[in-house]
Every structure is written in C-alpha cells, then in structure tokens.
Design a protein around this ligand. Structure first.
Ligand code: DSN
Length: 415
C-alpha cells in the first residue's frame, strides 16, 4: 500500500486507473509522451517545496544552493543539446514561454506574423480568443490550398506588405518539415525578428532528424514534454543579445517562483536526450509516422499533404463520411486515443472537424516499430468502419489492450 493510497484513496485510485489506461491503450496524441521513471522521480521530489524567485546566484530567498545546481545543469544541458547561446528553463508552459518572448520584444499593437490556428498554428500565434491576438496586431499566413504545405511565398508577401516586428514560425498540426532557413531569409529581408516555436518537434531537432532553427531564429520556444519526452513545462532559447530581455520577461514580468521540481526534471530529460539512443528514438518516431500514414492511406483515408516528414499526420475522414468528433469518440471506445483536428480549409467547425491528428512519439517510446504501426493502422481502420457498433468497438478494445500491454510503458511499467 502506498502512502497516497492510505491517505487519499480517491486520488490514488484515479492515478492508478490512469496508469492502467497508459498501459492498455494506444496513445496517438501527437503532443503526448511517456516521461521516464527518472524524470517522474524528479518531478515528485522535494524541490516542489522551494521558492526560488530570481535566477541561479541571484535569488530572492535563502536555501537555494541545491536548486541553483539543477537549474544550471538544465541550462547547460539545453545549450549543449540545441547549440543555443542561452536557455531560460523557467517557463511553466508553452503558452507562458510564448507570452514571455512577446513581452520581451513587443509592445501592445505591434504587428506580428503568425500561422493560422485552423491551418496548424497555435492559439498563442495570434488567435483572436488568446492574449496574443488581443494584445498584438497579428497578420496570419496559412497553407497553399493545392499542396497543403506552408505557402512561403505568401509569408514573404505578407512580411513585405505589413513589415511585422516579429515573425512566428512553428506549428501544432503541420506534418511537414518547416523550412526555417526560408523563414530566416524572409525575416532578414524585411527587418523582422524571427521566433520559432518548436514545441512539437523539439525532440526531432535534438535527435537530428529535423532542421534546427537555432542558427536563424532570434528566439526559440519549446515545451519539454512532447517529442522531447521530459516533464510538463517549457523553455526559451535565444541569441546572447536577447538574454537580458528574455530573462526579465520570464521573471518578474510573466512568472513568479519557478517550479524547481520541474526544472530538475527538465535537466534529467535533457541528459536523456543527449544520449545516443535518443537519436535512434527520434529516427524511429518519423519512420513510424510514415509507416502509420501509409497504412491508413492504403486503407482508404486521405492523409493531408500526402504524408508526413515528422511525428504527426492529419487524416481527412471525409472519404469515410464521418466527422472528427465521431471518429475520436469511437476510437476512444476502442482504446485508441486521438484528437479531432481541423483539416486545412475545413468546412466543419472546430468542435466537430473533418479530421484527426495522429502522432507516434508515445508509441515509439514503447519500443514499437513499423510492423507494430501496420497493426495500429488496422485497429484504427477497423474501429472507424465500426463506429456504429459499440459491441464491435468493445471487442477491438480488448484486442488493443492485449496488443498494447505487451509493450513497456516507460515511467509506468518500470516505475
Ligand atoms: N495543445 C497542444 C497540442 O496538443 O498540440 C499544444 O498546446
């Protein structure tokens, strides 16, 4: 019996149920992963107790000598991993990292260029319902209707026309390699700063299977829990000239006390990502995504842009005559966890959508490879064809659990 299950059986039971779910189900949400047992141990450590407003060596509290040590380790490892001049490892989340980056460089109503949310961008890239779209004057770029690829010519045209102070590149639902060099050239030509939000692809960049924005971007933000496989959290990397403004934007402008337990866990995750095995992991994520996309395409689904170069794919469900919400719910009943997602130029609203976003980071962490992806594609297709039949979905759920249960779930089955 654990201490938690004695003291608070309700919470303990919910956590135990979630652990079971992570073993029995197939997690295909592109932004989720399995943090290692070591990462989880750090997040559950005594460093959750410490207030340490400020930065290592310049804190507003006593007793920070050990948290200073982990923050410096996290900074140094991040710099080694990505080759950046400076890393601020304090942001609690991707949104707060982006907020701090904007606060560091922009004034309200400045013009910013960002990718449309409904074509793959993020809320914080200028959505009108988000602080970004309310505070700044965002102009949006999107995809070419024919190729479903980022329309770099449109980006260039808009940058020349509106002369933004900042160009934001990076996406949450874009299956192709982002041409950071091209963004860098456009920013240089138009006198804009360039910010790359690499939250989704940070692990692929660290693993050397996606081009890095570090040489061309002034500021790079990322979360640490997606392909990077660390604890929930974020960081900002920047060129030396932006260090001071970024650090003071994170603290004291946006955040107060940093989450030192999360920073300790970020340090652990960065060390893991520096190991040679991580390169192999990153390579396998992409290989698996390509295999899954081709299995689904062979089964009659349309894959947006014809495939994937990274960890995710967008599936157009229109050929099956079902919408994203129906598909997400049916797959969930079959033990397959996905999220509905707008496809480019979607005719259905965001709460319904015509598509699904599927990603392979979590399954790749469970040591699954291309053969397993063929099985996963079959499970998905069977479930999508049986959406009207709850008994059939339940039957698939049993087979999915038998299949998934045979693969280790890092941080769960070894914790
Ligand atoms: N909500 C995250 C995702 O799933 O991509 C991004 O913030």
């Amino acid at each position: 019996m654990s201490i938690l299950s004695t003291q608070d059986p309700d919470v303990a039971k919910a956590i135990a149920d979630d652990e079971r779910r992570l073993v029995d189900e197939l997690v295909l949400i592109a932004s989720e992963n399995y943090a290692s047992a070591a990462v989880r141990e750090a997040t559950g450590s005594v460093m959750t107790n410490k207030y340490a407003e400020g930065y290592p060596g310049r804190r507003y509290y006593a007793g920070t000598e050990f948290v200073d040590r982990v923050e410096i380790l996290a900074q140094e490892r991040a710099k080694e991993l990505f080759g950046c001049d400076h890393a601020n490892v304090q942001p609690h989340s991707g949104s707060q990292a982006n907020m701090a980056a904007y606060f560091a460089k922009l004034s309200p109503e400045d013009v910013v260029l960002g990718m449309r949310l409904d074509q793959g961008g993020h809320l914080t890239h200028g959505s009108p319902v988000n602080f970004s779209g309310r505070l700044y004057d965002f102009v949006s770029y999107g995809l070419n209707r024919e190729t479903e690829l980022i329309d770099y010519d449109e980006v260039e045209e808009l940058a020349k026309k509106y002369r933004p102070k900042l160009i934001v590149c990076g996406a949450t639902a874009y299956p192709r390699e982002i041409d950071f060099e091209r963004f860098g050239a456009i920013a240089k030509e138009t006198g804009a700063l360039l910010m790359a939000d690499i939250a989704h692809i940070a692990g692929l960049i660290a693993g050397g299977v996606h081009q890095s924005p570090i040489p061309v971007a002034d500021i790079v933000t990322t979360t640490t829990h997606k392909t990077l496989r660390g604890p929930r959290g974020a960081m900002i990397m920047c060129k030396e000239e932006h260090r001071k403004s970024i650090d003071s934007a994170v603290f004291p402008r946006v955040q107060g006390g940093p989450f030192m337990h999360q920073i300790a866990a970020k340090a652990v995750a960065f060390k893991e990502a520096l190991q040679p095995e991580f390169k192999e992991y990153a390579r396998r994520i992409v290989e698996n995504a390509k295999a899954l996309a081709s299995g689904l395409s062979a089964g009659g689904l349309r894959i947006i842009s014809g495939g994937t170069d990274n960890h995710l794919m967008l599936v157009d469900l229109t050929p099956l005559g079902v919408n994203g919400r129906e598909a997400q719910d049916g797959l969930r009943a079959a033990g397959i966890i996905t999220n509905r997602n707008s496809i480019p130029f979607d005719k259905l609203p965001p709460m319904v959508t015509s598509g699904l976003r599927l990603g392979t980071p979590a399954l790749s962490s469970r040591d699954m490879g291309v053969q397993e992806m063929a099985r996963v594609a079959d499970f998905i297709l069977e479930a999508l064809h049986g959406l009207d039949d709850p008994v059939e979905l339940q039957r698939i759920r049993g087979r999915v659990a038998d299949f998934a249960g045979a693969y280790p779930a890092p941080g769960v089955t070894d914790a």
